[in-house]
Structures are given as C-alpha cells and as structure tokens.
Design a protein around this ligand. Structure first.
Ligand code: 3PG
Length: 212
C-alpha cells in the first residue's frame, strides 16, 4: 500500500474543503493540524483551490494535502504542480485516472456500482472513493459491494457526519471517510476557526476511539 494510503488509514477522516478565499487557507490548515486531522482534500470547485493547496503545503509541510473534485487531466496537473499529494474525483473518469497512474500520484476516483469498481481494478487501483455514500445506500451497500472485490478498500464520502461515522470506521474495508462537517463553508466564511478546530478534534477523537 502506498504510504499516502497508510496515512489515510491512520488519519481516518479526510476533511473535504471548499475554499472561496485563499486568505482562509492558512488558518484552516492550522485548525485542522491543531485539531488532529492533519489532512485536507481541497476541492477544485473554486478558483482558490490551487493557491490554497500551495499555501497549506508550504505552511504545514507535515500536513497531507490533496485535491478533490478533479474532473480533468489539466486540473490534475495544476493540483500536482501546486503540491497536491493525492487526487480525488466524484466519479471515475478514465482519462484522469490513467493520467494520475502514469504520473505516479495516488488517485481515488469515485465509484458507486460494481462496474465502477471493476473499472478501477483495470487501472490497478485498490483504493476507491464511494460516492455519494449515504444517498447511495451507506454502509450496507458498501459491505455488499466490497464482498466480491476482496482486495479493494473504500473511502466513503457524502452525507457522513459525527453521528454516523463510527459505524463506517468500524468496518475494516473502509480506509477512511471523507466529510465536510468539520469544515463547513459558513464557519470558514465567518472566520470561526476555533469552532472548526473543535469539530476537528471531536472527529479525531472518534477515529481514536474506534481505531485506537
Ligand atoms: C463533497 O464532494 O462535497 C463531499 O462528498 C462532501 O460531502 P459532505 O458535504 O456530505 O460531507
């Protein structure tokens, strides 16, 4: 397993971040590091994403910073150049996955069906995102889909929060969960990094409680 995925497993919860303003990158990174989840999937949904990845990787060298919502090979290249250590996407775009595999950057494409998982297998992947986790059937669905694909681990994302994350983390085929509940846009906009740190610490505490 790549060391990036070992880190995913250890951190347990990957904060999914939407940053509108690059000025928030440093305080947000600080809150995540101090809260105990030294990791961020910075989504390429905003113009600030690329610069935010750069800022977080520079200011917090030990933080695991990657890019999310990567929909094109061009975005993947920009994310990698900015310092992203992993690439995540909501679905499985074969061009993006092939590009990342060729470049040797860990890529976690979204899957939601057995066909998606098998497509991921053709690229040699053994870690996939499962998206959107709760609306698509949650943990029961993941257990059913995981059964035939014995070597595959899942990163469920979408609808996961402090109330339901424990059950996901208890299942050994889940490498980590993605979620935005500790880094909500309204908290970032309000500059409430203390609250973000508090919610991050609560999430980190749940990982520790379940995984030790
Ligand atoms: C996303 O892409 O926004 C992630 O799925 C986050 O989902 P969440 O906001 O339900 O945690």
């Amino acid at each position: 397993m790549s060391t990036i995925f070992e880190k995913f497993s250890k951190i347990g919860i990957i904060p999914v971040v939407v940053l509108e303003d690059t000025k928030d990158a440093e305080p947000l990174g600080k809150a995540l590091v101090e809260g105990g989840l030294p990791c961020a999937e910075v989504t390429f949904r905003t113009a600030a994403a690329e610069e935010a990845i750069k800022i977080m990787t520079e200011k917090f060298p030990d933080m695991l910073v990657g890019a999310g919502t990567v929909l094109t090979t061009e975005q993947a290249d920009r994310a990698i150049a900015a310092g992203a250590k992993f690439i995540v996407s909501p679905g499985l775009n074969p061009d993006v996955v092939a590009h990342c595999v060729k470049k040797g950057i860990p890529v976690t494409p979204g899957t939601c069906t057995p066909t998606d998982v098998e497509k991921a297998l053709t690229f040699g992947l053994d870690v996939v995102k499962f998206f959107p986790a709760e609306p698509a059937g949650g943990l029961d669905f993941i257990k059913a889909i995981a059964a035939p694909y014995v070597g595959v681990k899942f990163m469920p994302t979408g609808g996961i929060n402090a109330n339901n994350v424990r059950d996901y983390l208890k299942y050994d085929r889940i490498i980590a969960c993605g979620g935005s509940w500790m880094v909500k846009g309204n908290l970032i906009k309000a500059g409430d990094f203390e609250k973000i740190k508090e919610l991050t610490a609560e999430a980190a505490g749940i990982v520790k409680e379940i995984r030790g």
